[in-house]
Design a protein around this ligand. Structure first.
Ligand code: BES
Ligand code: MN
Ligand code: ZN
Length: 503
């Protein structure tokens, strides 16, 4: 789908459909809508009077124009109350109307700059939200289906704006929206991909392709090098699998200075069977998505590189399977992590924190300002927050505040969880420095406390996406399957740092 912005009038353009927004309780129609309404002999006014058009977010009405306008259809999409408009509502509405139009076979579509100059939304923000809503809402994962879908893909989406002075802002928004949405879609594709395709080696290959395409530095450690670095926790998890582990580091150098502003660390378990502490078979297939954290940090750093931001970022992804076998690690084993801490294994299914322990210790060997790790870490977080909010755990309130704000801006809600010191007690072991589960209660927090042992004083936030990385049914522009969360939040957080430090 090509997305562009041109100056013109919706009532003059010959396309399969034009999209206009309508606010709940709108007293007077805008000049654009009333012009279109007149051309259609007042059908829009009629639908409003009959309350078929109410303006609720997501409400879509499509009217055939029967040659009364150059466009074949007019699609009226609800945007809720005018004063409460947010970019998130623009994303959601755009996705809803485009999905409906795609179903009807509209391929060439024009839209008003939905939300522009309303409730503080700039031209750039409007186009950014439209582009994200369009790309994310029309996403489908059909790679392994040999047949064709029962619809054709939308070919063109054109934002039409009469005021030429707005075009630069709209074009900039489209450019950024395409980059952030494509990053999110890369995450979705990787997470949806089954584990016989998305192996540690193919994660490494994907990282290599991204590095080549966007000029990132890449370093991939093989098992021998992990042994040299004494990554005993990661190697322990990996030892039951026939597929070799890969330790991936991507580096984006966007400004002078060696200091790394943000280190992103992502869990890359390409399949989590639970290992010897094997999971029940029902739903085990979902554990193909246990590398969602790793996918999201790869995608996010690529977007920052594409946007050429003046900031230094690294992404660190420990990638391995967690499998049961004759060589697998076992409950009762004691592993030694890269920073020398010994870990008693209570459950081989608490493997994410083990590979992250070494990844965080490795990240600490760089000069980094902030560390953010992202992981499908605990079922407990899914139970606590459902599939709505990502759990945020931190040792630094300012950092958490920035991440939560970024999540709100992107429509990926985040909720901070407590980190009281008493939770740490639950991870105490009788035979080693620490054990790898703190028990059932507060499981998301004790897991975060475990990770905290490997970051020390560095400002750090841990995002538990076990509940939010996939959805069981569609919600707005998030579709069943992988959501791509928290890719856009990470990008937005990093962009907020760039703005602050100034260019
Ligand atoms: N990958 C799982 C967590 C998970 C569960 C992600 C559901 C997505 C959906 C993780 O490795 C795991 O197995 N965690 C255990 C920890 C327990 C053994 C302490 C869990 O949450 O049950
Ligand atoms: Mn597990
Ligand atoms: Zn796992």
């Amino acid at each position: 789908m090509e997305i562009k912005a041109i100056s013109g009038k919706l009532s003059k353009i010959q396309v399969d459909a034009i999209i206009i927004g309508y606010f709940e309780g709108m007293e007077n129609l805008t000049a654009t809508i009333s012009g279109i309404d007149k051309a259609l002999n007042g059908v829009i006014t009629e639908l409003i009077t009959q309350k078929e058009i109410k303006g609720k977010v997501n409400e879509v009405n499509i009217i055939r124009t029967l040659n009364k306008l150059p466009a074949s259809r007019v699609a009226i999409v609800g945007l809720g109350k005018r004063n409460n408009l947010t970019p998130e509502k623009v994303r959601t509405a755009t996705a809803a109307v485009l999905r409906q139009l795609r179903k009807q076979g509209a391929l060439d579509i024009a839209t008003a700059a939905l939300g522009m100059d309303i409730a503080g939304i700039s031209s750039e923000q409007s186009a950014w939200a439209i582009a994200e809503g369009a790309i994310l809402g029309l996403y489908s994962y059909r790679k392994h289906m040999t047949g064709d879908p029962d619809y054709e893909e939308v070919k063109q989406l054109t934002i039409i704006e009469a005021n030429e002075a707005k075009l630069d802002g709209l074009k900039a928004g489209i450019h950024k929206g395409e980059i952030t949405a494509e990053a999110c879609i890369l995450t979705r594709d990787m997470v949806n991909e089954p584990s016989n395709y998305m192996t540690p080696s193919s994660m490494a290959a994907t990282a290599k392709n991204l590095a080549e395409a966007y000029g990132l530095k890449i370093n991939i450690l093989e098992r021998e090098q992990m042994q040299e670095l004494k990554m005993g926790a990661l190697l322990g998890v990996s030892q039951g699998s026939d597929r070799p582990p890969k330790f991936i580091t991507l580096r984006y150098h966007g400004k002078e200075s060696e200091k790394i502003d943000v280190a992103l660390v992502g869990k890359g378990i390409t399949f989590d069977s639970g290992g010897i502490s094997i999971k029940p078979s029902d739903g085990m297939g979902e554990m193909k998505g246990d590398m969602a954290g790793g996918a999201s940090v790869m995608s996010a750093i690529s977007a920052i590189a594409r946007l050429k931001e003046e900031i230094n970022v690294i992404a660190v992804i420990p990638a391995t399977e967690n499998m049961p076998s004759g060589s697998a690690f076992k409950p009762g084993d004691i592993l030694t992590s890269m920073n020398g801490k010994t870990i008693e294994i209570i459950s081989t299914d608490a493997e994410g924190r083990l590979i992250l322990a070494d990844a965080l210790a490795y990240t600490k060997t760089f000069d980094v300002k902030y560390i953010i790790d992202v992981a499908t870490l605990t079922g407990a977080c899914h139970i606590a927050l459902g599939d709505v909010c990502t759990g945020v755990f931190t040792n630094n309130q300012k950092l958490a505040d920035k991440i939560v704000a970024a999540g709100n801006n992107t429509g990926e809600p985040m909720w901070q969880m407590p980190m009281f010191d008493v939770y740490k007690e639950l991870n105490k072991s009788d035979v080693a420095d620490i054990k790898n589960t703190g028990g059932r209660w507060g499981g998301a927090i004790t897991a975060a406390k475990f990770l905290g042992e490997f970051v020390g004083e560095t400002p750090w936030a841990h995002l538990d996406i076990a509940g939010t990385s996939t959805l069981e049914k569609d919600r707005g522009y998030f579709l069943r399957g992988a959501t791509g969360i928290p890719t856009r939040t990470l990008i937005s957080f990093i962009l907020s740092l760039v703005k602050k430090t100034g260019k």
